[in-house]
Design a protein around this ligand. Sequence first.
Ligand code: SF4
Length: 321
Amino acid sequence: MNLIEKINDHETLDILNKSNNITLKEHGNLVTLERAIFLSWWCDKGDCAFCYMSAQKPRIKEPSKARRNINSILAEAELVRRMGWNVEFLSGGYGSYSLDEIKKISGRIYDITGKPVWLNVGVIKDLEIFGEEIAGVTGAVETANHELHDKICPSKPLSDISEMLDLTGDLGFKKAITIILGLGETPEDLKYLFDLIGDLGIDRVIFYSLNPHEDTPYEKTPQPASLYYAGMVAATRIKFPKLEIITGTWIDNLANIGPLLLAGANGLTKFPLFKMFGTNNGRRVEEEVKWAGRKLEGTFTDLNYLYEVENPYPELEPFIK
Ligand code: SF4
């Protein structure tokens, strides 16, 4: 029986057992916490059916005001460093920053964290301008089924994303994609995802579950079932043992974390950091990791990590506070 049949036949425990063994063998038991840093709340495209920014677009009269203060972006990177987390990627809707600005911000974040930055800033053609400040480029694929993709994201064709990722690889950067589960795809659509990962030589996949936003066509759609989410991730892990897998979990679904770690997640993301840090929800994340037999890098609870005596970037201090 193949992996898709196993998910459809509810043999999820069987594949979780396999994916867990593969993950421990290939990646060890460390789990990272990942934080996407947003540059702006504006997106030129603004028509992806599930996206918060598409609901915001009609409300934003002056896109330049939806851009964040640069020092606030850098302060967030410094906090991420102090907590032992990773910057998942630098993210912003289409058209909110020029590539030169993105390069400069990436360089500053690289200085602060000591780690090159992943980008997720739409389809970029002039990737040649980037250098050691970036680790790789993320293509926001969302769903690998072409037909579904064209309906949900009419303005960002998969062919453009694939072309960008090809160029990314040619320039020696790593390649990532984002996938959202719960958009109407089925386990059968894994074959498109597997082809995409294999054909493009993807290094990292970031899975999210649908978060049904108000005023979008998905507002009345439930989030995907926990075992469906875990089964889809586990199948991907079994098919691609060396792939880096990050999984997103919303604050109302913390119980997904354990199964997702068994499924093959190397890192966890999508938490409202400042709302959760040091609270019972932060402690719950740590418990989920512990009971999946994993060890967390960094902290979600220890305030001592935040109060460093020396700050090499005093201009960021007001924003850090
Ligand atoms: S391109 Fe990205 S930010 Fe813009 S509407 Fe689509 S998903 Fe949202």
